[in-house]
Structures are given as structure tokens and as C-alpha cells.
Design a protein around this ligand. Structure first.
Ligand code: NI
Length: 229
């Protein structure tokens, strides 16, 4: 499932993040790439463990933690600390690749995250740069994604994807992966659909309707059957 998650950051948080990014110490993006994707990758990244990245991570994680649609769609179990990248000038593209299946959390204690879902949170407005679309190859064909700053796209970690060359301006984004409580994209999708319909049903017939109570139970029982926590 490819999903556009709107307004992960507030306007104020976006301003704060962009002010920090204006002072950011960008470095070669190949540090977090595997051998194969290092050949396709030509961008810049913020050093993972610096003060700047940590301040920005807090802003992004705060936005994620309060976002009900993100939670419902991703059912996160572990979130890799968000990374930040920039595509501009001579370092402006990332060719087709698949993300590594397992990432080690920074900190050296060998904690791992299975990358069920890849996330890109846009931090530059679409009018600030040309090109830079995230292109995800999906079972429905190629999806081209370029979102307003503060919005995010979720897509399956299994998909081949690329970032088109940026030919003007700078595309700045946060990207990260997460391990979901529900490993299967198909099951996650069913749960998300059911939860979304339930929200609408609650709004129209109320919380106390017996069908709402029954279907909420079914949702949780499916989640119980499929979730690893
Ligand atoms: Ni990637």
C-alpha cells in the first residue's frame, strides 16, 4: 500500500525544522547505503548522530506520535530514527534500488529493525525544486510522488524505487523505515481499510451502536491474530 499521510508536521514545526536545516552540516549520502545502492545513490545526508539530526528527529517523531492515520496505516512496532537528505546541484538523484531488509539501530547494541515500510516526509515545498519525484514501482504501476512540505508517503519496503534528478533548487526530506506489528502488507491494508470505515461509521451512528461495538471487536481480534508485539 502506498499512502499519502497529510500534515505530519504543523506549520510551526515545519518552520522550526527548516530553520535547523538551514544550518545543517550535509555530508555524502552513501554512508547508509548498501553496496549495490551506493552505486545508484548520489545525494547528501545529515550525520546520523549529530546534534542537528537529533533535534530534527525529535520534531519528526513528535509529529508521528500524534498522527492517528499514520498509526492506523503503519501499526508501528519499531521506528528507525529518522534520517535527513538533500538532493541539489551535482548530488541530485538516487537510481532504482530496494532498501536493505534489516537495519541496525545506531548505538552499537545490535538492535535491528525489519524494514516493512519505507517513509519519506517532505520538508521542501514542491515549487522550490524541479524534478525530485519519488518514483515507486507498485503492482498498480509506477507511482510518482511529490508532496507538500510536512506531508509524508508510506510505501512497502519491498518496492523498487528511485528519486528523479533535481534540476533546480533543493529537495530536502526526512526518510526512515519502520517495522510494523503486522508484517504482511496485505493484512495491514485490510486493517487500515476496516479502521477507516469504522471511524466513518462511528461518526454517523455513534460509539454505542451495537454494530460499531461488534465491528470494533472484530478489528481488534484480527489485530490480535496478526500482530507481533
Ligand atoms: Ni530507498
Amino acid at each position: 500500500m502506498l499512502l499519502h499521510v497529510r500534515q505530519v508536521l504543523t506549520a510551526e514545526e515545519l518552520r522550526e525544522a527548516r530553520a535547523i536545516l538551514a544550518q545543517a552540516p550535509w555530508a555524502d549520502g552513501r554512508v547508509t547505503a548498501g553496496v549495490q545502492s551506493a552505486q545508484a545513490k548520489n545525494n547528501e545526508q545529515l550525520p546520523q548522530d549529530g546534534d542537528v539530526a537529533r533535534a530534527l528527529q525529535q520534531i519528526v517523531l513528535r509529529g508521528l506520535n500524534r498522527h492517528a492515520i499514520f498509526f492506523s496505516a503503519a501499526l508501528p512496532r519499531r521506528v528507525f530514527p529518522p534520517l535527513f537528505n538533500r538532493y541539489a546541484g551535482a548530488t541530485n538523484a538516487f537510481g532504482n534500488h530496494v532498501d536493505n531488509a534489516v537495519r541496525y539501530l545506531p548505538g552499537g547494541n545490535a538492535e535491528r529493525v525489519r524494514t516493512d515500510i519505507s517513509c519519506t516526509l517532505f520538508l521542501a515545498e514542491p515549487h522550490e525544486y524541479d524534478g525530485g519525484e519519488l518514483v515507486v514501482e507498485d503492482t498498480f504501476g509506477e507511482q510518482r510522488v511529490k508532496l507538500p512540505a510536512g506531508d509524508m508517503v508510506l510505501y512497502p519496503g519491498t518496492s523498487v524505487h528511485r528519486v528523479e534528478p533535481v534540476t533546480r533548487g533543493a529537495r530536502v526530506a526526512s526518510f526512515f523505515w519502520l517495522e510494523s506489528m503486522v508484517r504482511s502488507d496485505e493484512q495491514r491494508r485490510l486493517l487500515f481499510d476496516m479502521d477507516s470505515h469504522l471511524m466513518r461509521l462511528r461518526a454517523s451512528v455513534g460509539e454505542a451502536d451495537p454494530a460499531v461495538i461488534g465491528l470494533t471487536g472484530t478489528y481488534h481480534n484480527l489485530l490480535r491474530m496478526w500482530a507481533d508485539v
